[in-house]
Design a protein around this ligand. Structure first.
Ligand code: SF4
Length: 328
């Protein structure tokens, strides 16, 4: 891979709650995204995936580790030094409604990054806004409307247009379809895929739902309690999931074909994920893992494998434990 657009190395983010407890939100995460590549970062609520995104965007300071954008170390850049970098990275938020200023028209919202970075004004800015509206499939006259006059799907298209108007190198999409009706999720996902193919940006796509990245991600990283437990290409993760947690997530993901859906064994994990203030010793997943062995309570597994890697004592070069609804 040529120099990655995003490289995150040994990222750690711990913070204190008001009760003085330490939350280990991210605990040693490393990942890289190449030019034009989409990485799906998948995990339940509390897995730390959104905290990784906030560190990448410098919305929060990491406790340790480094973040490089296009080869430049941005981990501790000042607010001023970050300004030009912000042209290259944009975010698409989960809730398109709360992320759009209700007092601005759609045209002003989409054109705002041009104004902030002093890249275009007047007619030139209006032309670029018109181009973006067309690219995201919105009618030109919507530029005069306000966010409350649009549907959820239209608002997320506005969020995409705003994020892409500067043609950034990297888009961080934080659960961009989870607030939308199921009926409009697919059309927004298809739009993201089309735009990504046409414009060639790299993308860190964050989701709790593995099925959302099935047709979008080139590679996938699965997080559990602050750590990446499995990473590989989309094909590797969907055809040969090795970590028991990935296998359980996949077994719960909806399949379009009802016959396959009926025949599929659903692996139900016991309980909720433990709190990141008190992650279990050893393998963090051992309290819910159907195939845990004694060693798992004491010895944290490292990511094992080249390209397709999983953090589990039972994974061998031949593959992972074959989990079923009854265990191994
Ligand atoms: Fe389960 Fe042990 Fe593997 Fe962790 S290391 S996933 S507890 S078998």
């Amino acid at each position: 891979m040529s120099e990655p657009v995003l490289e995150v190395t040994d990222l750690v983010k711990h913070y204190r709650t008001s009760g003085r407890q330490v939350v280990r939100a991210v605990d040693g995460v490393s990942l890289a995204i190449g030019h034009g590549e989409v990485l799906g970062l998948v995990g339940e609520s509390g897995s730390g995936k959104s905290t990784v995104a906030k560190c990448v965007l410098r919305l929060t300071e990491p406790t340790a580790g480094r973040v490089h954008i296009a080869g430049r170390d941005i981990t501790h850049l000042s607010r001023r030094a970050m300004r030009p970098v912000r042209r290259d990275i944009h975010i698409v938020f989960q809730d398109p409604y709360s992320s759009l200023n209700p007092r601005m028209t759609i045209g002003q919202i989409i054109g705002e990054p041009l104004r902030q970075h002093r890249l275009a004004r007047g007619r030139a800015a209006q032309d670029r806004v018109a181009t973006m509206l067309e690219r995201v499939g919105l009618r030109a006259e919507l530029r005069h409307r306000y966010p409350h006059e649009l549907s959820g799907g239209q608002r997320q298209r506005v969020g995409l247009a705003r994020a892409l108007i500067l043609e950034p190198k990297l888009i961080v999409a934080d659960e961009p379809v989870s607030a939308l009706d199921v009926s409009v999720q697919a059309s927004v996902l298809n739009l993201v895929a089309d735009l990504q193919r046409d414009m060639g940006f790299s993308c860190l796509f964050i989701t709790h739902d593995l099925s959302v990245v099935e047709f979008l991600a080139d590679r996938i990283a699965v997080m559990y309690l602050g750590k990446i437990v499995e990473t590989g290409t989309r094909e590797q993760i969907f055809a040969d999931p090795r970590h028991p947690y990935t296998q359980a997530l996949l077994s719960a993901a909806p399949v379009p074909d009802p016959a396959i859906q009926r025949s599929r064994q659903r692996i139900v994990l016991g309980g909720d994920p433990p709190s990141p203030t008190h992650p279990p010793a050893g393998c963090h997943f051992h309290t819910r893992c159907p195939v845990a062995i004694e060693r798992c309570r004491l010895d944290p597994p490292a990511l094992f494998g080249d390209g397709h890697a999983a953090a589990c004592h039972l994974v061998t070069p031949a593959g992972g434990p074959l989990l079923t609804s009854k265990g191994v």
